[in-house]
Design a protein around this ligand. Structure first.
Ligand SMILES: [Fe+2]
Ligand SMILES: [Fe+2]
Length: 202
């Protein structure tokens, strides 16, 4: 379903700071990701990373770097699952995107792509990707959605292997450990921020 990228370095150092604009990213996602649920997952991860970066008081350029990494991380998944995430990396390299953005995208699944997260953005994109999808799955089976959702009920669902069985629990634990944040902290953050994120225009 994906393949090892067989390298740890992406893009060209001369392109540092070169990020695609928001409308360019929105358009790319519309073109590449017809599935709204999958597109929402990318906006959710983008929104989470934006909120995390804002809480670190990063400047607006850095905040956008974090958000853009989340928005783009699965852009090629729907159409080219066997080439995920080589396609979006190739696209971004041709477009001259910032190597940090490309490295973050490539780090969102070290067990799949063989790219080790090195900086905080890399670690957080890995830590929040599967977990945010899992929390969203929990919201879909609750009549109240996100309202009143408790960390402990999410953790209980994580232990229930039959719920959202496709979500790899070992990956969630590995990611949180590498990021140096507890599952409680990450889940609490997701419950707080994720309901505020919607697809543009919806
Ligand atoms: Fe992915
Ligand atoms: Fe994802």
């Amino acid at each position: 379903m994906s393949r090892k990228l067989n390298r740890q370095s992406f893009g060209s150092p001369g392109n540092a700071g070169n990020l695609p604009g928001r409308s360019e990213v929105d358009q790319l996602l519309l073109d590449w990701v017809p599935n709204e649920r999958l597109r929402l997952h990318m906006y959710q991860l983008g929104g989470l990373l934006r909120a995390w970066a804002e809480r670190q008081n990063l400047d607006e350029h850095e905040v956008w770097l974090w958000e853009a990494a989340g928005l783009l991380h699965d852009a090629d998944w729907e159409q080219w699952p066997d080439d995920h995430c080589a396609r979006i990396i190739d696209w971004g390299e041709s477009a001259g995107w910032d190597p940090e953005l490309l490295h973050a995208i490539a780090s969102h699944g070290p067990l799949h792509f063989g790219v080790e997260p090195v900086n905080e953005l890399d670690h957080l994109i890995y830590a929040l990707d599967e977990l945010s999808g899992f929390v969203h799955a929990v919201s879909l089976v609750r009549p109240e959605g996100y309202a009143g959702m408790q960390v402990k009920s999410v953790k209980k669902k994580l232990k229930d292997k039959s719920f959202a069985a496709q979500v790899n629990r070992a990956e969630i634990t590995d990611a949180a450990e590498r990021a140096g944040h507890s599952l409680d902290e990450l889940i609490r953050f997701i419950i707080e921020v994720q309901p505020t994120v919607a697809l543009p225009g919806s």
